[in-house]
Structures are given as structure tokens and as C-alpha cells.
Design a protein around this ligand. Structure first.
Ligand code: HEM
Length: 414
């Protein structure tokens, strides 16, 4: 979409540089002249918000790593005493990083739901979507590894519950668990390898985001009406200033939310149990993951068999990669798909319900509701999407993006 650059540097130095390494031309065609659909709404600013959060997490993470000590005897104090009290502004960097993880996931859920609602996973954006699913998996892995690092009692319990899941694999499960732990139980060697991987994965995420954004530039962006660009002149506006200003505004608003969390309720999303040092002999009364992983935790616990639970947990994310082929309806946007739109909101309610159940003590009633909601979660992808592909009566879709915009402004159209 961005095509060959028409950028011509004004200065002689610029021309010398550009003829040898056309970085400015690439930037210009990607972020200045790049044509964006003129009907994009604020849901299309979450890509920029996510990029901002990724950079914030990497910068604060690198600074934290300068003071963190990845050892089972010192990790807890290096965070709770040194970083939180002794290091200049260490408390700020730490609260930015822990709350940043939550806001990163929140933005990611908005971004994914936007894609699901407007059919951004459909051709020609299947690969773009699948790269997104890979990024999400990497984010889940990174968040889990990071949560273990403070070596609090919830870190230890979380690491135990999740790494022990591999023991459900027949024959090789236990040797794999020992290999993951670096010994016969979770301890110092587990912590050092988790730290090493937690430092590495964000850079893998950054590389995947590079591919993701490249793919956006090849296919062009989808839009709220789900019709492809036909006439660039009528249907699009240049990325700068239109999308740049809108993205900057959205990032600024998100930043206010971020600052409010950090300065007013920095511990609201954290678990009090994690302010107790890890002790293999004392497990917290109620082991729960961070809020953003609760729906998956509910799916894991909904299945009585451990191996099947692990398979359901993995399947609940992997199924996302297949939706470009599960939903065959040619109409992309839920704006023109009343039945899909209804089921979409039911799906959102199911995810919230699963999240709530994941935070509760398990009992018979909860397990029953969790099973019903798990069936609903998979039912949305495996039954509703394929069935609606061929049976749904869709509304008439506008011929072009310009038509959709002008239909809203009859005076301008006249
Ligand atoms: C670190 C995480 C991520 C970053 C930084 C990121 C960044 C971006 C950016 C900058 C865009 C273009 C602007 C926009 O549409 O908002 C975009 C588009 C898109 N992203 Fe992501 N993304 C991330 C995660 C994901 C995930 C997890 C998924 C799905 C599973 C996903 C799916 C998509 C899709 C389908 C589009 C095209 C949307 C359209 O044009 O309608 N992304 N992303």
C-alpha cells in the first residue's frame, strides 16, 4: 500500500544519505503519506497505544533490571527494599512496569475485540491477524515470567501451578517439568532462567510487532464499514496529520489513565499476598493469576481432567488463529451483520463472566457455570461463526468508504 517512496530530501546531505540508505523515504511512505481510510474511529488508535505501552515496558524493565537481583535469597528484598525505597524514583519505575503490564493487556483486549467486531481478520489480513495471535501468546508468556520475579508467595504459587501443568503430559511430562525448573523443585535456578527469558521475550515481541506493522502497510487498514479502499483519492486521507494527531491524542488520554493508576491506586491491581516472601511451605489461601489471565484460568479449572484442562487452555488461544477460516461470511463489519453483532456482545459477556469465575473460590456451582461459559466461549468460534457464515441475512454494505462517510452527511454529499 505504501508503495515506492516519492520522498525527495530537501538538503544535499539528505539526498546523499537517502541515495545510500532510504530510511527517511521509508518513514515518509509509512507514517506521512501512507493512505488511511477516512472513516476510521478511535478503536483504530489502539495499535499506537500498544506501541507506546511496549516501549514503556521495555524502558522501565531495562532500568529495573539494573537493580534487580535474580536470586532466590535476594530477589524479594532487591525489589521491595532496594528498588521501592533506596533507588531514586525506583518506586515510580516499578509501579510503571507492574501497572503498565495491566494497561498493555487492557489495550490489547480492546485491539483484539476491535478486530473481531469489524472482521479485520478476514482476507487479505489473515496473516496480520495470526501474527497478532503470536504476539498475544508471547505477551502472556512474558507476563507470567515477570510475575514470578518478585519472588513473593503468589509468584511462587503461580509458578508452581503453571509449570506443574506440563506434568499432565504422559511419560515426558515430569522430565520436562524438571528441565523447566532446573532441578527437582522450583528454586533459584528457576528464577534465573525466568529472569533471562523475561528480559529476552519483549525484544522478540518488538520484532513481531515490526512484522505486524509491515503487514498493515501491505494490506492497508480495515475500517468500520469493512469495505476495501477503491479510490485512494476519495476513500483515504494521508496518515500525517490525520492519523498522527488522532493517535497522539489517544495516547495522551491513555497516559492519564496510566498516571492515575500509578499515582492514586498503584496496588489496586496487585495481590497483597505477593508482599510476603516466597516460602515453599506456605501457599496463599487463594491462588489467582493477574486479572488479564483470569478467563483462561477459569477455562483450565472448568475441566475436571488436568490434561484436558491444559489442552482446553491452549486451545482457547490457538483457536483465534483459525478464525479467518471459521468465519466465511464475505461481509466484514458487524455494523452490517446484526446476528453476528449480537453474538459478539454475548461473547464479550462470556469472557467477562469467565474472568469473574476465575477470581472466585472453586465450588460445585462455580464449576458448573464455568463449564457452561467455556462451552459458550468455544461455541462462538466453532459453531456460531461457521453457521452465521452461510445463514446470516446481512444488511446492505456501502459501495465505497466515501459513500459510507457521505451517507452520514447528506449536506456534504449534495
Ligand atoms: C504488542 C502488541 C501489538 C501492537 C504494538 C500492535 C500494533 C498494531 C498497529 C500499530 C496496527 C495499525 C493501527 C491499528 O489498526 O490500530 C495494528 C493493526 C492490527 N492489529 Fe495489532 N498490535 C498488537 C497486537 C495485536 C494482537 C494481539 C492482535 C490480534 C490477535 C492484533 C491484530 C491486528 C489486526 C487484525 C490489525 C489490522 C486492523 C485493521 O486494519 O482493521 N494486533 N496493530
Amino acid at each position: 500500500m505504501s508503495g515506492p517512496s516519492t520522498y525527495v530530501p530537501k538538503s544535499a546531505i539528505g539526498r546523499w544519505f537517502e541515495s545510500r540508505l532510504p530510511v527517511m523515504g521509508l518513514m515518509h511512505s509509512s507514517f506521512v503519506s501512507f493512505p488511511v481510510p477516512r472513516n476510521l474511529n478511535y478503536m483504530w488508535t489502539f495499535g499506537a497505544i500498544l506501541s507506546f505501552m511496549l516501549i514503556a515496558q521495555i524502558i522501565t524493565g531495562v532500568v529495573l533490571a539494573m537493580h534487580y537481583i535474580p536470586s532466590a535469597t535476594e530477589a524479594f528484598t532487591s525489589i521491595n527494599d532496594n528498588i521501592m525505597r533506596d533507588v531514586n524514583y525506583g518506586w515510580l519505575i516499578r509501579y510503571m512496569h507492574t501497572n503498565g503490564a495491566s494497561l498493555f493487556f487492557l489495550a490489547c483486549y480492546f485491539h483484539m475485540l476491535r478486530g473481531l467486531y469489524y472482521g479485520s481478520y478476514k482476507a487479505p489480513r489473515e496473516l496480520l491477524w495470526i501474527i497478532g495471535v503470536v504476539i498475544y501468546l508471547l505477551m502472556v508468556g512474558t507476563a507470567f515470567l515477570g510475575y514470578v520475579l518478585p519472588w513473593g508467595s503468589m509468584s511462587f504459587a503461580g509458578a508452581t501451578v503453571i509449570t506443574s501443568l506440563v506434568t499432565a503430559i504422559p511419560v515426558v511430562g515430569v522430565p520436562i517439568a524438571h528441565w523447566l525448573w532446573g532441578g527437582f523443585a522450583i528454586g533459584g535456578p528457576t528464577l534465573t532462567r525466568f529472569f533471562s527469558l523475561h528480559y529476552l521475550l519483549p525484544f522478540v515481541i518488538a520484532a513481531m510487532v515490526g512484522l505486524h506493522v509491515w503487514a498493515v502497510h501491505v494490506t492497508g487498514q480495515n475500517n468500520p464499514d469493512g469495505v476495501e479502499v477503491q479510490n485512494a483519492e476519495r476513500d483515504t486521507v494521508p496518515f500525517t496529520p490525520y492519523a498522527t494527531i488522532k493517535d497522539l491524542f489517544a495516547v495522551a488520554v491513555w497516559f492519564i489513565l496510566y498516571a492515575w493508576l500509578i499515582f492514586f491506586i498503584p496496588n489496586y491491581l496487585l495481590d497483597a499476598d505477593n508482599y510476603n516472601i516466597a516460602n515453599p511451605l506456605v501457599t496463599p489461601a487463594h491462588v489467582v493469576p493477574e486479572w488479564y489471565l483470569l478467563p483462561f484460568y477459569a477455562i483450565l479449572r472448568a475441566i475436571p481432567n488436568k490434561l484436558m484442562g491444559v489442552i482446553a487452555l491452549l486451545a482457547s488461544i490457538v483457536v483465534l488463529a483459525f478464525i479467518p477460516w471459521l468465519d466465511r461470511n464475505p461481509v466484514k463489519s458487524a455494523k452490517y451483520r446484526p446476528a453476528y453483532r449480537l453474538f459478539f456482545w454475548v461473547f464479550v459477556a462470556i469472557c467477562i463472566g469467565l474472568g469473574w469465575i476465575g477470581s472466585q473460590e472453586p465450588n460445585d456451582t462455580m464449576s458448573l457455570v464455568a463449564r457452561i461459559l467455556t462451552a459458550g466461549y468455544f461455541g462462538f468460534f466453532l459453531v456460531i461463526m461457521p453457521v452465521l457464515s452461510f445463514t446470516e441475512k446481512t444488511k446492505p454494505v456501502p459501495v465505497s468508504i466515501a459513500d459510507a462517510v457521505l451517507a452520514k452527511k447528506p449536506a456534504a454529499a449534495a
